[in-house]
Design a protein around this ligand. Sequence first.
Ligand SMILES: Nc1ncnc2c1ncn2[C@@H]1O[C@H](COP(=O)(O)OP(=O)(O)OP(=O)(O)O)[C@@H](O)[C@H]1O
Ligand SMILES: [Mg+2]
Length: 414
Amino acid sequence: MRGEMLRNDRRRREVRVLLVDESREALAALNKQFTFADVVVAGESAFGPVAYTWANQLKPDIVVVAVEDPVARALKTVELLSRGQPRWPVIVVSSLSDHDNLRKAMVAGADDHIPRSADPEDLHTAILALFAREQQRQELEASGGAAPFYTGTIICVFGVKGGIGKTTLSTNLAASIAVESKQRVVLVDLDLQFGDVALMMNTPPEKTILDVVEALHTLDSDLVDGFLAKHSSGVRVLPAPVHVDGSEQITGDHVRKVLGELASVYDYVILDTPGGLNETVLAALDMSNLILLVTTPEFLCVKRTKACLDLMRQWQYSEEKVKLVINKANGRSGANPEDIVGVLRYPAFWKLPLDPAADSVIGPGGLVVQDRTKARAEMARSIFDLTRKILGANGTNGHGLVDKMTQKFFLARR
Ligand SMILES: Nc1ncnc2c1ncn2[C@@H]1O[C@H](COP(=O)(O)OP(=O)(O)OP(=O)(O)O)[C@@H](O)[C@H]1O
Ligand SMILES: [Mg+2]
C-alpha cells in the first residue's frame, strides 16, 4: 500500500535542519538547543545568499533563521530561502517580541515563528509540525494533485477499535458545532465499508461519497452541495457507499481530493472513521487539523491506543493535532482516566461520561444533543462543552483550539 510505504519512509527519517545566524558564536548557541533525538543539525550558515547556497547543497527539511536587531539582513535571508526556486520551509527564532518585526518575518515568507524565550520543546514541536505539513504537501504533489486551497477546519474522530463511540461523537459533535458556531458544517462517513452515519443522522443516502468520487473530474465548489443530504441541525451529510464493495474503489487520493473540495466550501468538515488504519483513513488523518483520538477504559482499547499514539509520534503528528478523548470515562469496568493517561503518557483532552440515558436515545435520528426530553443528559452537556472548548468559549471568538490551529494553518499555507 502506497500510504504505508510513505509512512515507512517518514518513520526512518530524522528531520534535518540548517541553522542560519549572524556569527559563529550565535550559531553555536543556537545549535546547543538541538538536543532532540529526531532532529539533526545538517549544517550552519551566515546570512545572505550563502545561506541559500548551503540550503541547495545540504537539502535540509527545515531552515531555522535567527532574526535579531538589526533585522534587515536576516529578513532578506528569510525571503531568499522561502521565495527561491526551490523554496525552503523556514522557522524564525527571535527575541524581538514586537508585532511589527514578527509581521515583517511573516511577510518575508517565514512559515512559523518561535520566541527565543520559549521552551526548547516548542521549537521541537514547531519543527516536527512544519516537517509533517511539508511531507503532506509533497505527497499530494506526487499524487498529481496540486495542494487545494481551503480554509475549512477538518476534524477527524478516530479510534483503533469498533464500538467505542466514534460515530456517537462525530454525529453529535457535527450537530453541536453547527448550532454553536452557526457556520457551515459537513459530516463525512469514512467508515466506507460499514458506515452508519446516514442511519444515525436519519438522512437516507441518496448520494454517497462514491458519487462524489465518480464526479471528481467535473466537480467544483458550486456543485458539491448537490451531493449532500441535509440534517435538521443544518449539518450536511456525505454518507458511505451503500454497498460494501463500493468502498473498494475509493483510494487515499480520492479522499484527499474530496476533503479538499469540501473544506474549500464548508467551515468545518467532521470525519467519522472505522476502527482501524487503512489507506483512506491515513489520507484523512494527514489532512486533518484536529484528530480526536477516542479510547475507552477497556484494557484492549488502551493497549491499541498506545500503539496508535506511538505511530502518530513517528509520523510527527503534534500534540496540538492529536487530542485524546476518553469515552465512557466513568464506567465501572476498566481503568480509571488517570491510569489511562499514565499508561498512554498522553494528556486527556476530554472525558465523555458513560451515560445510560445517552445510550437509550442514540439511534436513528436521535442525536443526544438534539433530544429535548433528555436535554440534561450528561452526555449532551459534555459534548456541548467539548464543542465550546474546540471552538472557543463564545463560538469562534479567536481563543478556541480551532482558532489557534487556523492561525498556524494560514501561516503554513502562505
Ligand atoms: N458515552 C456513552 N455512554 C453510553 N453509551 C455510549 C457512549 N458512547 C457510545 N455509546 C454506545 O456505544 C455503542 C457504540 O457506539 P458507536 O457506534 O458510536 O461506536 P463506533 O466506535 O462508531 O463503532 P464502530 O467502529 O463499530 O462504528 C452505541 O450503542 C452507543 O450508543
Ligand atoms: Mg461507527
